[in-house]
Write a new protein. Structure first.
Length: 268
């Protein structure tokens, strides 16, 4: 199976020797300055996006604001495209990186992670019009999968589900609409991000195949060696998880619970 989760060092435009890490702002610096710089993906509904008035909204925005409040500082939102999340930390352009930053070994060579904020489940979203209890059941002639142009999952499907046909569109809403209208049979994706859009098609009997393909854990990215900040963020995330705040904010933005919730202990 292709290692689809790892964004390699080369793909990030970094090497261990070519991009020396800049001294990051410590927790003490952030508290003294009164501002924490949080990197957010500017084109990632419902994680972070601007409303008609230009105000940031979404899951990351609400959680980031809670983190800043617990630290007693203001937030500076820094638009950070997917490929910029690690480089912006390494170059001290942000203090914290959000944007569904999956914890993996390649990134861990360059940055540190907090405990998980949320999961990211690669699974099959289908309807009651097609049978199948595992993702392998969908890998057969005649099955059409809807997906978006440029998604990494398109390559994963081509490699691991060679018998299906793929139809590409430009947005999450269009992807869900294709299945709702019967122009595709299912979606193989990080389906948590698609669940809210199923509410637009209430006449369809949606279902998520019980067996996930993979469960990844997304944390906050922090500059390597910034231990005091990481520890403070871990304590804050424990508070937000144990109080139910993360769960509530997720459901408010995505219209459904996480497919796999983050297990919470005082020591995670």
């Amino acid at each position: 199976m292709k290692n689809w989760l790892i964004a390699g060092v080369a793909a990030l435009g970094l090497t261990m020797g070519a991009a020396p890490q800049v001294e990051a702002k410590s927790l003490e610096d952030i508290l003294s300055d009164g501002t924490i710089r949080i990197g957010i993906n500017p084109n990632f509904p419902n994680m972070s996006t601007r409303d008609e008035d230009g105000t940031w909204q979404g899951f990351d925005i609400e959680i980031g604001a809670m983190i800043a409040d617990k630290l007693g500082v203001e937030v500076e939102w820094v638009p950070t495209e997917t490929a910029q999340r690690v480089p912006f930390l390494v170059s001290d352009r942000i203090d914290v990186s959000m944007g569904a930053l999956t914890r993996n070994s390649e990134r861990a060579k360059l940055i540190d992670f907090t405990v998980p904020l949320h999961t990211e489940v690669l699974a099959v979203l289908a309807t009651d019009k097609i049978e199948g209890e595992t993702w392998e059941d969908f890998d057969k002639d005649g099955v059409v999968l809807a997906n978006m142009r440029g998604n990494w999952t398109v390559g994963w499907i081509e490699e691991n589900m060679p018998n299906v046909e793929i139809e590409l569109v430009d947005s999450i809403a269009d992807t869900v609409r294709m299945v709702a209208q019967g122009r595709a049979d299912a979606i193989v994706e990080n389906v948590d991000f698609f669940m809210g859009f199923t509410k637009n098609h209430e006449s369809v009997n949606w279902r998520v195949v019980p067996e996930p393909i993979f469960v990844a854990y997304c944390g906050l990215g922090v500059s390597q060696g910034n231990e005091n900040l990481t520890e403070a963020l871990n304590i804050i995330l424990y508070d937000l998880h144990s109080s139910g705040a993360v769960k509530a904010v997720w459901e408010d933005n995505y219209g459904a619970p996480m497919l796999r919730e983050v297990p919470v202990t005082p020591f995670f």
